[in-house]
Design a protein around this ligand. Sequence first.
Ligand SMILES: [Fe+2]
Ligand SMILES: [Fe+2]
Length: 292
Amino acid sequence: MRLLFLGDMVGKAGRTAVWQQLPGLISDFRLDFVIVNGENAAGGFGITEEIFRETINAGADVVTTGNHVWDQREALDFASGEERFLRPANFPIGTPGHGSGLYMAKNGARVMVSNIMGRVFMHPELDDPFVAAENALEACPLGEQADAVIFDFHAEATSEKMCFGHFVDGRATAVIGTHTHHPTADHQILPGGTAYLSDAGMTGDYDSVIGMDKEEPVRRFLRRCLSNQHAQHQRRHGERHDAHDLRVDGDHRSEPHQRLTLRCTSSPKRCSCSRCHALQPQSGRSYTRHFL
Ligand SMILES: [Fe+2]
Ligand SMILES: [Fe+2]
């Protein structure tokens, strides 16, 4: 089984890249299951029902979120009726929507996806993320009800992310971090067989500050005053996916996975790194594959 995880899709640049490129990625890499974090898809803040549906139509099996899930208030209305839309599982009881779900991959495998939020430097009032993970695993154990278990752990602190990874090691297929919008280089297979990555990065314009226009956030640091909210990047060039392709073997353990850096530019460049090889660009798309 081959799984693809796309980090936070930010604004128009991010969602356009996903909608245009995902169908090609699914066929090029013969993907069985795709997870996209969509918490910043609508102007950088939340997600609308239309954007959610377009992302599913492009080939995503599940759209996960995080602290920005309710920035667009309509998400409160459609969340409960959409099983493929996940908000953090450790939100208070009674919160609309679902935190985890069991889905069928293209190859017939049963994939449990759970979206859980960290608390360190974020929202300490949330329910315990470790208890939420325990509950999700108890309801749907790997190797019994699920052939693969994927956690989108949406958190700020890498220490909390790593602790979470080790906590579920051997009981989950993968723990992929989201939220910081910057990819980390610590992808690894933990001792128990769980694939781990502190942060998948974003799908958006990297000539930015976490996907937003640069000027305003820089001004905040210089002048310590707030004006308007960050403006999302609307540029059409320079979008980059940080995609994580994961293979799962028959024992539900993760095989070494590869990180794909996809640059969607008008003049794609081939990777010159000796350890990587790039595929011939197709439809303005170039792949740089970094293997573990
Ligand atoms: Fe985000
Ligand atoms: Fe976030």
